[in-house]
Ligand binder design. Structure first.
Ligand code: 5AD
Ligand code: SF4
Length: 444
């Protein structure tokens, strides 16, 4: 019998996208099976895991400054183990090991199912690095039990990697080629999440609408089929998916937006730029016009759809006229929210070879685009006042007696209401719109 020892403590910090949030959860579960329990501060931990993002330069710099800040803690606690996971680990694993002697372990996004074995080496005082793209499916080797889930919403990774090779993006290099998980496993994982109180699942993939997983009896399912089958799970009330590419928005998925009640009326569909010249240089393989036509078709299927997107300003060669075309596209489409980024040259990507746009010019464009997006975001939110929405309540509000959750349109909504409603969906009449959230009253 194992002696009763105090549980080892794990602190996980997640940078970047929602897929990293999902991966962090799965890594914590894997280490949980090794006796680790999660804690909320690095100071309380025996092991610190930084799950990194490489998408923009700043994200990678942040890792090195955070590791620098951990040095004093490491001196105080020489037994403290430090691991680096995620896309910076994948891209710069050896450099991290060289530059940062305090790092014990480097694990890529495709190998974290091997953490238990790597931890054995670390416990022997060795340093461990694994950034392969292995043949085996990591998900098949992860603990089946999704016990760390809390709250009524969850992420579920259905697809990973990207074959699109947008000329600015590191994802095809750090996450590898597109791979879809088999549908029966996803249905199983979804049922398990629902059994643990999850009411809303967001399907994740770097190119989630390119999903083409093995379905039942040798068939292949697209994302629309997967969504429709998930919708049959009793107790699962809401389905979302992110992030999508316009070229993979197939007819049956558009139709699902009109037909499947559980598919929420919110879609993140990045276009990056409104200039055809820049879209071509970005290797996006669509035009501004084809994107706008696509949005019209999706809105015809689901007229109340709220749209979100990603934009890059200051891409190499972007002129003022190209930027104006982006502003025009944003005005034509009308976004409920959007992420705006200043182009950041990523080593190894084709665009990094090209001459950059003047930094002050790029900053100015970023501000102008952000101002327009903020205006649209406010207008979309303000238009909810007077409407009745359905809110999935997730947590107590900041004020006594308040609870907060998300509407079907992903707006944060708070109401006066009992905590017994947490984890439940209830109708709310929207009374007011603040800077980042809506206030409403429970119906009935
Ligand atoms: N520079 C700036 N933004 C980028 N993105 C991806 N790569 C870069 C880059 N090199 C943005 C894109 C993408 C989002 C996840 O990050 O807009 O959709
Ligand atoms: Fe990157 Fe383009 Fe793939 Fe999105 S579609 S992950 S931006 S290469």
């Amino acid at each position: 019998m194992r002696a009763m020892t105090e549980a080892k403590k794990l602190y996980v910090k997640t940078y970047g996208c929602q897929m990293n949030v999902y991966d962090s959860e799965r890594m914590a579960e894997t280490l949980g099976a090794q006796g680790y329990v999660q804690v909320d501060t690095p100071e309380a931990a025996d092991m610190i895991l930084l799950n990194t993002c490489h998408i923009r330069e700043k994200a990678a710099e942040k890792l090195y400054s955070d590791l620098g800040r951990l040095k004093p803690l490491h001196e105080e606690k020489p037994d403290l183990k430090i691991g680096v996971a995620g896309c910076v680990a994948q891209a710069e694993g050896e450099e991290i090991m060289r530059r940062m002697p305090i790092v014990d372990l480097v694990v890529g996004p495709q190998t974290y199912h091997r953490l238990p074995r790597m931890m054995e080496a670390v416990d022997r005082g060795e340093r461990a690095l694994d950034t392969e793209f292995p043949e085996e499916d990591k998900f098949a080797h992860l603990p089946k039990d999704r016990r760390t889930r809390r709250g009524p919403t969850a992420f579920l990774t259905v697809q990973e990697g990207c074959d699109k090779f947008c000329s600015f993006c590191v994802v095809p290099y750090t996450r590898g080629a597109e791979v879809s998980r088999p549908a029966p496993r996803l249905l199983g994982e979804a049922r398990e999440l629902v059994a643990r109180g999850v009411r809303e699942i967001t399907l994740l993939g770097q190119n989630v609408n390119a999903y083409h997983g093995a379905g039942a009896e040798g068939s292949e399912w697209g994302l629309a089929r997967l969504v429709r089958e998930l919708a049959r799970i009793e107790g699962l009330d809401r389905i979302r998916y992110t992030t999508s590419h316009p070229n993979d928005m197939e007819d049956d998925l558009i139709a699902a937006h009109g037909e499947c009640d559980k598919l929420m009326p919110y879609l993140h569909l990045p276009v990056q730029s409104g200039s055809d010249r820049i879209l071509k240089a970005m290797n996006r393989k669509h035009t501004a016009e084809s994107y706008i036509r696509l949005i019209e078709r999706i809105r015809a299927a689901r007229p109340d759809l709220v749209l979100s997107g990603d934009f890059i300003v200051g891409f190499p060669g972007e002129t003022e006229a190209d930027f104006e075309a982006t502003l025009d596209l944003v005005r034509q489409v009308g976004y409920g929210s959007a992420y705006t980024f200043k182009y950041s040259a990523r080593p190894g990507t084709p665009a990094a070879e090209r001459a950059p746009v003047d930094a002050a010019e790029a900053d100015d464009r970023l501000q102008r685009l952000q101002a327009l997006i903020t205006e649209q975001q406010r207008a979309t939110q303000n238009a909810m006042v007077g409407r009745r929405v359905q809110v999935l309540f997730e947590k107590p509000g900041r004020m006594e007696g308040q609870i907060t959750g998300k509407s079907e349109y992903l707006h944060a909504v708070h109401v006066e209401g009992p905590e017994s409603l947490l984890g439940q969906i209830a109708a709310v009449d929207i009374l007011a719109s603040g800077p980042n959230s809506l206030a409403g009253r429970l119906v009935g």
